[in-house]
Design a protein around this ligand. Sequence first.
Ligand SMILES: Nc1ncnc2c1ncn2[C@@H]1O[C@H](COP(=O)(O)OP(=O)(O)O)[C@@H](O)[C@H]1O
Ligand SMILES: [Mg+2]
Length: 320
Amino acid sequence: MSEILKVRNLKKYYPVSSGTLHAVDDVSFDLNYGETLGIVGESGCGKSTLGKTVLRLINPTSGEINFEGKDITVIDNREFTALRPQMQMIFQDPMSSLNPRMSVSQQIAEPLRIYKVFKNSADLEKRVLELMDTVGLARRYVETYPHELDGGRRQRIGVARALALNPKLIVCDEPVSALDVLIQAQILNLLQDLQKERGLSYMFITHNLSVVKHISNKICVMYLGQVIEQCETKELFNKTLHPYTQALLSAIPVPSLKNRRERIILKGELTSPINPKDNCRFAPRCLYAREECFSSCPKLQDIGGNHQVACHFVKEINKL
Ligand SMILES: Nc1ncnc2c1ncn2[C@@H]1O[C@H](COP(=O)(O)OP(=O)(O)O)[C@@H](O)[C@H]1O
Ligand SMILES: [Mg+2]
């Protein structure tokens, strides 16, 4: 079995006063052991909801989440509690995901305490120090508090907490978006090293396509709750097919003048995810939209090479 995670037709809808909000709308993907799946899309497209639903921090409206071959949407609480340590999350803003009143050692010890991993406090302390070493947090910070540390060190606490229970899968929800570029690279390197050492599988959520370019094996591009393009990372950058992904890619600065690409500026913002019509959700902003795009929603189709795109006119636009 090469997939640690197989998600099928996952939906998360929220009832709101004006109707039903389709936060995640029929999303399917696979994640292999030891690999990274990038989930990319702009703010509000449903990335965090997808990540939290996959870990069952929130319950899905429908769909399957197969973790190591077991559908975790149908197992009972006892069985799920036993699985929970294997699936962890790292959040975007360590300042708001950490408890300001808890010291570094208390924060890192918390998951170990909850799961009663150690019987005596000396073993617990030893494990906390080991985890600090693992994430590159100097032991002198052990009794400091989050506000005394910079963003990078705070995020290292987040990583240590996620690692505490020896997980197999970690959902990283914009783990570097709140950090300076230099610190971003350090945390990304740390995550990659940990992946190599421990065979971890990552779902790596970001609004920034360039962040996942070098760290993910596959990428899912999301738009208003749906996956609109999905393939291997190399393929996505060599052969960008969906007009939305093309626009995202054009926004990444290229260091050489020769290879400069024209920036595609998207008009308008995401349309409302409440009671969406059966049309292409990107159509109102698409440079190529035609009548059909406003009357039927394109399905995700394989166009060869395990490259899936949801666009009625993908072949014409890309002269395939
Ligand atoms: N608890 C909730 N109740 C109602 N709507 C929600 C809730 N959580 C998220 N949403 C909505 O779901 C959509 C996706 O949100 P989110 O997953 O946070 O997007 P992203 O992480 O891509 O920025 C947004 O329109 C957001 O307003
Ligand atoms: Mg989010």
